[in-house]
Ligand binder design. Structure first.
Ligand code: AMP
Ligand code: GLY
Length: 428
């Protein structure tokens, strides 16, 4: 298959790696910054902003790709799938209208309400800042404040945790636009990703990401510091019934979108809060998660192009998709100061990585070595028959890197897992 991958992060390196396991694939890449891992795999790369649709379409035509996988959300919001489809390229990724499940948080909540899909927290949508401020004053307490549009995963503020009342008001003034104010959910978060062909949905193993910058879930929210998955594809604090409920919510959303006239094709990412009463939807994303893609694609044992044709031709079925029964742990190294004041331009020296898989993200490769940029730099994935072994592999490789970077040593450890399990027990 001649296939274009749009995006240049760790997620897209994992996508290109998975595609390269099939020797007859010819992989092309459009990315804003040169990802050294992708550049080594791709037959040809085009360095361009990932929202520059004209250049993406021109590159697709020039290279003659038949298929494309869209990694990040920004090009989906810009309508890259509509444009590539019009040029005859079959896409893994939703159209601009269908991508609203991620790009418009009010749309997502309202669709779920309209179709009586369970999993919505109590919420209100505001387009007027002073009305939102009045509501927040009247309900001073447990609210999540979310700008309606995309924020790179860093736009949510939780009252009572990250901001107090006056901080909430300041934040609403700063947004000065549409917001969703919703009930603050309590529980344990998990990610359920699925392949979707418009009608059929095939789930991937559950993953847990870690949004906070520092050990013990402290510090600011980030794009995700790392993630793990278990050999049984479940998580120890999610019951079979809760997993079924989450998948059923996703299937209902897919059915609702088809009914509305914009069938969802691509990767659907469900972020759930496993609450005392069952899973609630934190948000949907219209793409693989980053880092979660690195967990599931490292485990994918079937040919990714089978899923690609299943999605694009509407013939997806679980018989086309298989995942190894192993544990994975992914740890991202980020520049010191990330996310607020990342130290860019600093040298990074990798050490002995053992059995870990290295996925490159936001780094610059020069003749004299690797250098940090402003975002997540390198990710190491350990894969093994137990979580402890997978964690050890990822941790050894991550801690062998020298430079002004840090990673979370607690991701994938039994101690952290025990805390999650105890928290869930307490809630139930
Ligand atoms: P998002 O940008 O939607 O992924 O949200 C970032 C983080 O904010 C999530 O990972 C959650 O930890 C938190 N969050 C979002 N919505 C809620 C909510 N309604 N209740 C509690 N926490 C939330
Ligand atoms: N891991 C969170 C995201 O990809 O949005």
């Amino acid at each position: 298959m001649k296939i274009l991958v749009v995006g240049g992060g760790g997620r897209e390196h994992a996508i290109t790696s998975a595609l390269s396991r099939t020797s007859e694939n010819e992989i092309y890449s459009v990315m804003a910054k040169k990802n050294p891992g992708i550049a080594r795999i791709a037959k040809q790369i085009c360095l361009a902003p990932e929202t520059d649709l004209a250049r993406i379409v021109a590159f697709a035509k020039k290279t003659g790709v038949t298929h494309a996988i869209i990694g990040p959300e920004a090009p989906l919001e810009a309508g890259v799938v509509d444009r590539l489809s019009a040029a005859g390229v079959a896409c893994v990724g939703p159209t601009r209208a269908a991508a609203r499940i991620e790009t418009d948080k009010a749309f997502c909540r309202d669709l779920m309400t309209q179709y009586k899909i369970s999993g919505n927290p109590a919420y209100r949508v505001f387009h007027d800042t002073s009305e939102a401020i009045t509501f927040v004053k009247d309900h001073n307490g447990d609210l999540a404040i979310k700008p309606i549009g995309l924020t790179g995963g860093k736009g949510v503020r939780i009252m009572g945790e990250q901001v107090n009342l006056s901080g909430a008001i300041d934040y609403l003034r700063e947004i000065n636009g549409g917001v969703v104010l919703e009930e603050r959910l309590k529980g344990e978060e998990f990610t359920l990703q699925a392949f979707v062909d418009g009608f059929h949905i095939v789930p991937m193993p559950l993953v847990q990401d870690h949004k906070r910058a520092f050990e013990g879930d402290t510090g600011p929210n980030t794009g995700g510091m790392g993630s793990y998955s278990m050999p049984d594809h479940m998580l120890p604090f999610v019951s079979g019934k809760e997993h079924t409920a989450a998948l059923s919510i996703m299937a209902s959303v897919v059915a609702a979108m088809a009914h509305e006239g914009y069938p969802y094709k691509g990767i659907l990412y469900g972020q759930f809060m496993n609450a005392a009463g069952g899973p609630k939807v934190i948000e949907f994303n219209a793409r693989f998660g980053d880092p979660e893609a690195m967990n599931v694609l490292t485990l994918l044992s079937s040919d990714l192009t089978d899923a690609v044709t299943g999605i694009t031709e509407g013939t997806l079925s679980s018989s086309k998709v298989a995942f190894e029964h192993a544990a994975t742990v992914c740890k991202y190294l980020v520049p010191e100061g990330y996310p607020a004041t990342p130290m860019a331009g600093r040298p990074l020296v990798t050490g002995e990585k053992g059995d870990a898989i290295l996925y490159y993200a936001n780094v610059e490769e020069r003749d004299d070595g690797l250098f940090t940029l402003t975002s997540r730099t390198l990710a190491f994935v350990g894969k093994a028959d137990t979580l402890a072994k997978a964690e050890h592999i990822a941790e050894q490789a991550a801690s062998a890197v020298q430079g002004n970077v840090h990673h979370r040593s607690d991701i994938g450890t039994q101690a952290l897992l025990d805390r999650r399990i105890a928290h869930m027990k307490e809630l139930r």
